[in-house]
Design a protein around this ligand. Sequence first.
Ligand code: ATP
Ligand code: MG
Length: 871
Amino acid sequence: MKSQEVRSKFLDFYKTKGHKIVASAPMVIKDDPTLMFTNAGMNQFKEFFLGNTISKNKRVADTQKCLRVSGKHNDLEEVGRDTYHHTMFEMLGNWSFGDYFKKEAIQWAWELLTEVYGLDKGSLYVSVFEGSKDADKLEMDKEAYDLWKAIVPEDKIIMGNKKDNFWEMGDQGPCGPCSEIHIDIRSKEEKAKVSGASLVNQDHPQVVEIWNLVFMQYNRKANGELENLPEKHVDTGMGFERLCMALQGVKSNYDTDVFMPLIREIETITNQRYGKNEEIDISIRVIADHVRAVAFSIADGQLPSNTGAGYVIRRILRRAVRYGFTFLGAKKPFIHRLVKVLSRNMGEAFPEIKEQYQLIENVIKEEEHSFLNTLEQGLVLLDSVIKSTNGNVVDGQKAFELYDTYGFPIDLTALILEEKGYQLDENGFNDALEAQKKRSRTASEISKDDWTILVNDPVEEFIGYDTLEASVKLVKYRKVTSKKDGEQYQMVFNITPFYPEGGGQVGDKGYLEASNGDVVYIIDTKRENNEIVHFTQNLPKDFSMVLRAVVDKRQRQRTESNHTATHLLHQALREILGTHVEQKGSAVHSKYLRFDFSHFSKLTTEELRDVESFVNARIEGQLPLEENRNVPVKEALAQGAMALFGEKYGDAVRTVRFGQSIELCGGTHVKNTGDIWHFKITSEGAVASGIRRIEAITSDAVKEFYFKNNRALFEIKDLLNNTQDPVKAVESLQEENIKLKKQVEVLLRDKTKNLKGDLMNEVSEVNGIQFLAKKVDLDAAGIKDLSFEMGSNKDNLFLLFATDQGGKALLSCYISKELVASKNLNAGTIVRELGKYIQGGGGGQPFFATAGGKNPAGIAEALEKAKDYIS
Ligand code: ATP
Ligand code: MG
């Protein structure tokens, strides 16, 4: 069965069981501070499990792009080494939100696997939670056991411990027992030798878990206690690639049609064969796997970068490059060439890959290129580390620096050292790594108290499109503590005019005023699990009082101005540069806006001017805001609304239109483009290969910008004696300056010549050495010329010149080469030592060196001491 069919059969099956089929959420998560990447199908439904929102559909199914490379689920090191863990994989899932529970979940899973897919019943094993004796004192999941017993023989049911069979979302939140389904794909002979049951959950590559059915029935509180959830839910996740392996009768996920085309392409490009050598096989698997993770992230709008999610992506790609470099002999970028195959293979199910194929290819190519350069530089650095090593054990701290500062991978370091007969001090490296991890852990650690709930009313409404002030009820609050922000409180209200950070737009700030006049400042607003959370430094003194929530109007208006300008900018770019322009990032602040977009070349001055004019024409056109808060997404797209890759849209969306600009957008906007006043681009540059960035300002910020420029111009005019034409005046100043410089050069040359004659007469003989130490009025270059000219006229010369140039002291020492050799003198050492008198330092070569310092008062003493070196 082809993988396409495996996927559609799953979705069709659950459709017939009354499930709504929804789209995969983006793999890169943008609006959840607790998670960088989707790591399970349930992530996008978290708010339903927490009870913050009621799902419109009680039964849902989908295939979800997942990435397990950080945080609680991190499979990165396994990937490629084994045959069934990936970084990016698809998770097929079905959900019940307070609807059906264990019975249906178990029966349908079995029906699908054995009847629809036709898997051999005898090869399947199921596991049931055995209970726990720890603080939770949980009973065994008898309900699930009995349900399974009605379907499968008892020897196929395996009792599982808390680690394998009790699923928790995190340290806090919904959790419950689970039942896993495992499959044994070994040959008949092997099965006869060792029973499958004994291999379940033993990391056997051919007895693997394919499906996990989680029964959410508890909530884990901050103090660790469990409480029953008001409603029970089902959350299942099945590994698509593992299922394909079982259905296609192969022994590895990589042998399925999901990966084989990629593997064939890698073989062709690198001229290697898969299946002959373990190291080569691992490398090929790593690359086939990682290119998917990286390509899907870029398609979702996450470019490789130096921080956060972007850094995780960069590291994945680098891991692939390094396997290619080390084991496949790939010294040139090649991974980007696999994107074409990926797009052909997966573009149907995930159109974002097909549509952005060119961009993805460019970005990967550039990353590969720069990392291969790093590898080369790293090899040189490693060489110098080896040279400075006594014995044959290389310092772990040094290896760590190479890894941490230059991104040079530690396993490569170890490998190269081994080849050269050296050993890596692994403990030293691990200690350094652990110390660094600890530093960053404590910096990012956050502890959250349980919510204190005052009103049992989860409906929270955002009313900030229409008003900036409202009387609100405090629904719940909690304390959060982190190293970064100290102690803060989070509050949720029944309604709120505060816009939570999202869609690039910053969260509102403002204050809460109690009826007795007490004020609490709201310092930020964010959305968490579909709740609008307000951040404050302290709590209102009295919760029962009526609270007035007031948004900082000025900041909001400036932000809105920048947000609307962002839409107009987007429109302008597509109009002027072409429709290949896709938004790749946007930050809307009160002071400025930043917009990243796909485009292959630097914008010319004319293009930038055209873009500015285009936007300003629409500002002058005074276009009114036309918003529609509730349009079916299909209709909005039919109207030409621009949707973004990597965004999660519901069935009904909000559209924001100004003239011909129409976007799906949840942000806040000006009522009329005239309110923006003016739009000005402040910078344009590259962010990555094929991605440009424009920064711009509007409204007050533009006024300030022009005001500042204007003031500078007046000051310049003032300096130029109020000329009418400052440009011309500056030009003639520049010309005059060039003329004067030439004259000065000629004069200086003459002066040096005269000086040289005088100074030659002042040279005296000390201990057979021609010696002079003197303060002169020349700059560094003049002194150097002078010294070398004198040196070419006299042998055995020792010169120490000093000068005071505008409060900065300079010492310059010249020693004839024959003296350097015969008397073992070194100008570098001498200036360094004499430098202390002028409070400075310097160096150079044995025959000529200079030192600079900030104490000209010490020059006399330095000159005095010069004689000591030759007497
Ligand atoms: P395993 O123990 O094999 O790592 P898991 O317990 O981490 O699996 P779950 O978190 O229950 O898995 O995820 C649900 C399903 O997703 C699993 O049954 C498996 O089929 C699949 N799955 C999990 N992790 C991966 C991965 N890294 N690559 C491919 N499929 C995976
Ligand atoms: Mg796992």
